[in-house]
Design a protein around this ligand. Structure first.
Ligand code: ADP
Ligand code: MG
Length: 332
């Protein structure tokens, strides 16, 4: 017999698609903090994220009269009309993250905009929402407790806390690399994993990959390609430290893009080795087809061959400028 599911089951299933693991919560909350122009983001987890996840920022805060709307489905302050949909500059816009989180666990938000004297506190679980005044610093703190307690099927398939933490460390590392001007702190079960103080990209490399790597990076600065790349002596057998963004938005590096960068190194990179690089491509938005689904990080370039050539040339020119390269010219 085919039947339409009751509304509360529909909601549980839909929420379970956006939030499938603690890492999803962390990503959504960091995106929200960045969208609120935070310059400081503190992340803390316990019990692999299943006991508690807390993300605190010093961003814009949520006005008292708006807070109750935040965990409603399709409630967003980021877009208003069709035009906005085609010119999205924020990381979020669908108004589903807090809604999904409130279905996956117990959501608590304390928040205060700079200009507002008192703060506001919200507790939400499924469609029950309670809001009350409270005292708190400017900015927003979101806490999620007992994730998936009401979704036993979801809870059963969670990874070991250590595996979840390993992926979350990589995730937060990527945010640090793409937003070096923001201070990040990551604490897992009381243990400090990252403490990044707002600075430049080379420092961010130091925070995430260690000072040895940071000391071996070179700047790349062309109209289309900006960032840092490793000197040829810092190689890796895997391509796991090749990070790319387009107009500030992290993307999944494709083989083609990685190969273009590696070909810029020419013979300076031993065969089957990969560099460390964090590069942003600045491109006219109308030449990109960005899939606007937020978890999809693929981009289709209208002028792919131009982009590949620009990457290769930017890498090669940067290497050529290095004093060590002067004595040994790079292959064409
Ligand atoms: P979206 O990010 O797609 O708009 P969310 O469910 O993630 O949807 O958040 C809903 C709304 O709550 C946001 O549009 C924003 O107005 C507000 N909000 C959420 N987190 C924060 C935050 N950390 N600081 C300021 N406002 C926030
Ligand atoms: Mg969001």
């Amino acid at each position: 017999m085919i039947q339409i599911l009751p509304v509360d089951i529909q909601r549980l299933i839909a929420a379970g698609e956006v939030i499938t693991r603690p890492l999803d919560v962390v990503r959504e909350l960091i995106d929200n903090a960045l969208d609120a122009s935070a310059t400081r983001i503190d992340i803390e987890l316990s019990g692999g994220g299943l006991t508690a996840i807390s993300v605190k920022d010093n961003g814009s805060g949520i006005p008292a009269e708006e807070l109750a709307k935040a965990p409603l489905r399709h409630a967003t302050s980021k877009i208003q009309n069709m035009q906005d949909v085609h010119a999205i500059r924020t990381l979020g816009f669908r108004g589903e993250a807090l809604w999904s989180i409130a279905y996956a666990g117990y959501l608590q938000i304390t928040t205060r905009p700079q200009h507002q004297l008192g703060g506001t506190e919200l507790f939400a679980f499924q469609d029950r929402v309670r809001v009350a005044p409270t005292a708190c610093p400017a900015g927003t703190r979101v806490t999620v407790m007992k994730l998936f307690e009401e979704l036993p099927a979801r809870l059963r398939i969670q990874m070991q806390p250590s595996s979840e933490y390993r992926d979350i460390i990589m995730l937060v590392g990527r945010y640090i690399l793409h937003h070096p001007q923001v201070s990040f702190k990551l604490v897992l079960d009381g243990e400090l994993k990252f403490q990044h103080v707002s600075s430049d990209l080379i420092h961010a490399v130091g925070t995430v990959f260690g000072p040895l790597s940071a000391n071996r990076m070179m700047n790349v600065q062309t109209p289309m390609v900006q960032g840092v790349i490793s000197r040829p002596e810092l190689t890796r057998p895997r391509r796991d430290r090749m990070h790319l963004s387009v107009n500030g938005r992290p993307i999944q590096a494709t083989n083609e893009l990685e190969n273009a960068i590696i070909s810029g190194y020419g013979e300076f990179l031993p065969a089957n080795q990969a560099p460390t690089c964090i590069l942003n491509l600045t491109l006219p938005p109308e030449t990109l087809d960005v899939n606007i689904h937020p978890t999809k990080t693929q981009v289709a370039f209208q002028n792919l061959s131009e982009v590949l050539e620009a990457l290769k040339t930017a890498v090669r020119d940067s290497l050529l400028q290095h004093p060590l390269a002067q004595s040994a010219p790079l292959p064409k």
